[in-house]
Every structure is written in structure tokens, then in C-alpha cells.
Design a protein around this ligand. Structure first.
Ligand code: PMT
Length: 221
């Protein structure tokens, strides 16, 4: 890890979950704590970058020296990302964006009249895919959280979303969501590398070193 390897670069990172309202007191969300994305933002700052962190609701303090923008929903995250994209050299999507949201949030708290309740969900916009389609586009890095077929699913996601790199993590006991440690396999055009199980802080530094290297070797097309 080379200090200063991202000196002069602007890096935009997303982290944490999003919350999609069901009614004024309930939401659909996931187990992301924000730790991975916050560690990535801090490591990019250590490497000399100017970092903006767009964060869903988490219990973490903002890392020192980083501009943090707090959001709640996928739509708010999308607006914040678009607002900070101009001049951005590298985008890293570590957030666990809710893929679906309730078709309509109820204005009043839902009453429990029935034994069962069905929710109609609609797809959320894919923030990462939108960034990858921008002109000009930053060097675009996605994450893939998988419970099975990590290798095949990560490669497919990278191709489908036209990413410069994807960082895949297996989710399960001791790694992935809401724990201090993780392991990642990185995929890019023509290569891959596994980064071993370790603290998210150390892992993020290794990830940023690989991103810096690929960014300087093969800037976005
Ligand atoms: O926050 P922690 O508790 O530290 O956990 C870390 C993590 C497991 C959340 C993180 O390492 C991780 O894998 N983040 C991505 C989780 C995810 O939603 O993966 P996905 O395979 O569903 O999404 C693929 C990529 O598309 C991700 O970069 C995601 O940010 C992006 N995406 C997905 C859906 C959507 N609507 N918009 C997006 O931008």
C-alpha cells in the first residue's frame, strides 16, 4: 500500500443499507452496518484522495477528513451520487442498496386487522449501473454480495453493469454483513485476485491499493 497513490484524485464511495418506507414507522432494509464502505472511504483518504461518502443510515461516525452525505432511501442515495459525480475519478459502490421498495408507502401506520399482509414491491434504480453509463464515467468499482456461486455471479455482474472492477464477498458467518472482518475476490477485465480474510480496515487498504494500480494502468474508457 503506497501512501499518496491516489493524491489529487476525487473518490466517491457509497456505504450502508438503504431504508424503504412501508408506513411512517416501518421499513424494508438489510443487515449492512456500513463498516466495509466506511473503511474503503478512510483508506482512499489515507491514499491521498479527496473523498465523498454517501451513506445510508448507520451507527458509525464519519471518518476524519471526509465529506459525508447522509441519505435514507435508494432514491435519495441516487440523487446524492448524481450530485457528486462531476469531476469524480473513481466510484466505489459498497452500499447494500435495497433492490425493491414498497410500491406505495402508507400515509398512516398500518393496522393489524388481518392474519396475513402482502406488500407490493417495485424495483429501485440501480445506482451503480447508472454511474457506469455516465459520460465521462469514473473508474467504476462495484461490490457483489453472494451466498452461492460467488465466482460466476460476480463475473456476470461485472459484465452486465460494465464495471472496471468488482469486489465479491461471500456473506455468511464471520464475514460480509455486520461483522468486523471480511474477505474479497476482485475481478477485472482479464484478471482476478483473492484478498484473504482480515479486518475490514486492512482489507480496504488492500482494495484501494489494487484500485489505484488499475486506475493508473487502465483509466476508464
Ligand atoms: O456494511 P457491512 O456490514 O460492512 O457489510 C459489507 C457489505 C457486505 C454490505 C459489502 O461488502 C457489500 O457487499 N456491499 C454490496 C452489497 C450488495 O447489495 O450487493 P449486490 O450484489 O446486491 O449489488 C451489487 C452492486 O450494485 C453493489 O455495488 C451495490 O452497491 C450496487 N447496487 C445494487 C442495487 C441497486 N439498486 N443499486 C446499486 O448501486
Amino acid at each position: 500500500f503506497e501512501t499518496g497513490s491516489l493524491a489529487g484524485c476525487r473518490v466517491l464511495v457509497t456505504a450502508g443499507p438503504t431504508r424503504e418506507a412501508i408506513d411512517p414507522v416501518r421499513f424494508v432494509s438489510n443487515r449492512s452496518s456500513g463498516r466495509m464502505g466506511y473503511a474503503v472511504a478512510a483508506a482512499a483518504r489515507e491514499a491521498g484522495a479527496r473523498v465523498t461518502l454517501v451513506s445510508g443510515p448507520v451507527a458509525l461516525d464519519g471518518p476524519a477528513g471526509i465529506e459525508r452525505v447522509m441519505v435514507e432511501t435508494a432514491e435519495e442515495m441516487r440523487v446524492a451520487v448524481q450530485a457528486h459525480l462531476t469531476g469524480c475519478d473513481i466510484f466505489i459502490g459498497a452500499a447494500a442498496v435495497a433492490d425493491y421498495r414498497p410500491a406505495q408507502a402508507a400515509a398512516q401506520k398500518l393496522k393489524k386487522h388481518n392474519a396475513t399482509l402482502s406488500l407490493d414491491l417495485v424495483r429501485n434504480p440501480d445506482i451503480l449501473a447508472e454511474v457506469a453509463r455516465a459520460h465521462p464515467r469514473p473508474f467504476t468499482v462495484g461490490f457483489a454480495a453472494e451466498t452461492e456461486d460467488l465466482d460466476a455471479n460476480a463475473r456476470t455482474k461485472r459484465m452486465q453493469k460494465s464495471l472496471d472492477m468488482i469486489a465479491a464477498n461471500r456473506v455468511g458467518p464471520g464475514q460480509g454483513f455486520d461483522v468486523g472482518d471480511n474477505a474479497l475476490t476482485l475481478y477485472w477485465e482479464g484478471g482476478s485476485e483473492s484478498l484473504p480474510h482480515q479486518s475490514k480496515t486492512r482489507l480496504a487498504r488492500e482494495l484501494i491499493a489494487r484500485i489505484a494500480q488499475r486506475f493508473h494502468d487502465a483509466p476508464p474508457s
